[in-house]
Design a protein around this ligand. Sequence first.
Ligand SMILES: CC(C)(COP(=O)(O)OP(=O)(O)OC[C@H]1O[C@@H](n2cnc3c(N)ncnc32)[C@H](O)[C@@H]1OP(=O)(O)O)[C@@H](O)C(=O)NCCC(=O)NCCS
Length: 344
Amino acid sequence: MTTEELNSPQGYKTPVGILGVGHFVPEEIVTNADLTKFVDTSDEWIVSRTGIRARRRAAPHQATSDLAVEAGRRALQAAGTRAEDLDLIIVATMTPDCPMPATSTMVQHQLGATRAGGFDLNIACSGFVYALITGAQFVASGTFRRVLVIGADCMTRLMNWKDRSTCVLFGDGAGAVVLGPVEPGYGIVGIHAGVNGAGGPSLTVNAGGSRMPSWSEGVDSSDYYLQMEGPEVFRFAVSVMGEAAIKALENGGFTPDQVSLFIPHQANARIIEASRKRLNLPHERVFSNVEHYGNTSCGSVPLALSEALEQGRIQDGDLIALVGFGGGLSWASAAIRWGGKKES
Ligand SMILES: CC(C)(COP(=O)(O)OP(=O)(O)OC[C@H]1O[C@@H](n2cnc3c(N)ncnc32)[C@H](O)[C@@H]1OP(=O)(O)O)[C@@H](O)C(=O)NCCC(=O)NCCS
C-alpha cells in the first residue's frame, strides 16, 4: 500500500479536498417579530424551541438558481478556479427553479462553465453532504479535477404560513464548495450515508410530482407545502446526527475528541446541542448560525462552513466533521482534514 492509499481511508485513488467555499443569502431579513404580524406565534416560543431569531427570504424575482450562482461564483473565487476549468457542477436542492431543466444547467450557463457537465441531486436537507461525497468520487477516481458542489434552497416558497409549527423554522440560502485533488493526508478522510424510508411520511411535500401532479383533482393547496411531524423528526434528528458524525470519523480512523470543529445541519439549536453532548465536544468546537438563518435545507451546511471559515474558526490541518439530515428520512456525513491545497 502506498502512503497515498494509507492516507485515503475511502480507498480514494486521489485524495480529494475543498479548495474554496462561498455562500449567498437573499437580502430580506425576516425576524421572529416580523412573523408575529401574520403568524400566531411569539419570539419567545420560537427562540426557546429552536434557537432561531431570523431567517432570509428570497425576493419575488429570485429563485434557487440565483442564490446558487452567486454562492458558486464566490466559491470559485475563493478557490482561484475559473468557471471554464470546471468539469462538473452538482446542485443539491429540493426547491429547483422548475422540474425541468435542472437547476445545475442554469448555474452552468450563468457561470459560463463551458466545459462542465451538471446534474441536480435531491435528498432533502441531506442534499449538500450527499452531493459533496458524490462529487468527491469523480475527483477520487481521477475522472475530473474540478467539481463545483452547491447546496441551495428557497424553503420559504414551500411554507404554509397557516402552519405555525413549520413556517417559523425555514429560510432561504445557498453555499458552495470547489472540490479538487489535495496532498495526501488532507481532504475527505471519512464518509457515511444512510436513509430510513419507513420514516418518509413524517416530512413531506405531497403535490407536484408524478403521484399527485399539480393538475390532479382534489389537490389541496396544503399539499404543495412542506408538512412535518415535528416531534417525530426531532427524535430522528437527535438520534442520527451524532451517530452519523461518529461513523464518518470511524470510517477514517478517527474519534470525536480529535474533531476541531463540528458543523452540523442547522435545523434547531436543541438538536445541535444534543449532538454536541453525544460527541462530548466543548461548545467552542461546534459551529452554529441557525439563529440568523433558520433551516436553509441544502444551503445549511455549506453556509455554516463558509461562515466558520470567514470567522477564522478553521485552520489548515484541522479535522472537521459535517453532518446533514432531513426528509427521506436521510442523513450523510463527512470527516475532512482541512488544507493540503496543491498549486494549480
Ligand atoms: C417543531 C418543533 C420546534 C416543535 O417543538 P416542540 O418542543 O415539539 O413543541 P411543543 O410540543 O413543546 O409545543 C407544541 C405546542 O406549541 C404550539 N406551537 C407550534 N408552533 C408554534 C409556534 N410557532 N408558535 C407558538 N406555538 C406553537 C403547538 O400548537 C402546540 O400547542 P398545544 O400543546 O397547545 O397543542 C420541534 O418538534 C422540532 O424542532 N422538530 C424538528 C424539526 C426539524 O428540525 N425539521 C427539519 C428537519 S430537516
